[in-house]
Each structure stands twice: as C-alpha cells, then as structure tokens.
Design a protein around this ligand. Structure first.
Ligand code: FES
Length: 146
C-alpha cells in the first residue's frame, strides 16, 4: 500500500524534473537570488516579481539533481499568486516536513510538494529539496536591505 504511494510520489517528482514548470528567469526588476548547495556545488536561481507584497510571477533556473529541480518547479507553482508572507510560511512548513516532523498546512496548501516528504528519510538529500526555498527566503529578504 505505502509502496503504491511511494511510486505515485516518485512519478510526481520525475514529472516535475522532466517537465519543469516556470523554468527561466524574469526580467530586470525581479527579485532574484542565486544559491549554491555547498555539498555538491549545484545551484538554483529563483526570480520573483513581487508587487504590493504579493508574488505575481516566479521562475527558476539552474543545475542540480532531480530532487532539487523538482522541488524548485513545485515551489514556483505553489508560491505564484501568494502573499510573500504565506510563501515564507510554506517554506517553514516544508522545512518541518523535511525534518520528518508533523506539519500543519493550515489554510495553505503544499500541493505536489507533499510528494517530497520521503526525502526526510535521506538526510543527505534534504539540502537538495530545500535549496530553492532558501533562495526564495534570501531573495525576499534582500528586498528589505536595498
Ligand atoms: Fe546537488 Fe542535489 S545533489 S542539489
């Protein structure tokens, strides 16, 4: 039973890896952050168009393993149209999930990202799954430092 679920999750991950959503970069003026995973050297760049505290558009680019790219694809799908505040909340919820903790989505929705919950069993891959999220957090915080 649980292996069926694992298989479904694997398919969702591979689908995002092979058919990435929102791949590319937004024009100048977007909040952009490029982040390396120091353990492997892979990198993900996240760019977001934020207006009045809301993420209108989000894209990603970079090189990495299937987990990191699938997570970035899922993340951009999920955060588009959300207030920045909610995107940061989701980032925390996703981190809890990666740590194998109980998590509560409240009125937010992780969507396809739940397919990554099995990654919590492989500590070495957690950084892969959270790379795009860290780039999102840093990109958003950068705004205040301008
Ligand atoms: Fe480099 Fe996953 S192995 S991001």
């Amino acid at each position: 039973m649980s292996s069926n679920l694992d298989q479904l999750y694997r398919q969702v991950i591979m689908d995002h890896y092979k058919n990435p959503r929102n791949k590319g970069e937004l024009d100048d003026g977007a909040l952009t952050f490029n982040l390396n995973n120091p353990t492997c050297g892979d990198r993900i760049k996240v760019s977001m168009e934020v207006e009045d505290g809301k993420i209108n558009e989000a894209k990603f680019d970079g090189e990495g393993c299937s987990i990191s790219l699938a997570s970035a694809s899922m993340m951009t799908e999920t955060i588009k149209g959300l207030p920045v505040e909610d995107a940061l909340k989701l980032s925390n919820i996703f981190s809890e999930m990666m740590l194998g903790k109980d998590y509560d989505e409240g009125d937010l929705d992780l969507g396809d990202l739940e397919a990554l919950q099995g990654v919590s069993k492989f500590p070495a891959r957690i950084k892969c799954a959270t790379l795009a999220w860290k780039a999102l957090e840093k990109g958003v915080n950068q705004k205040g430092e301008e």
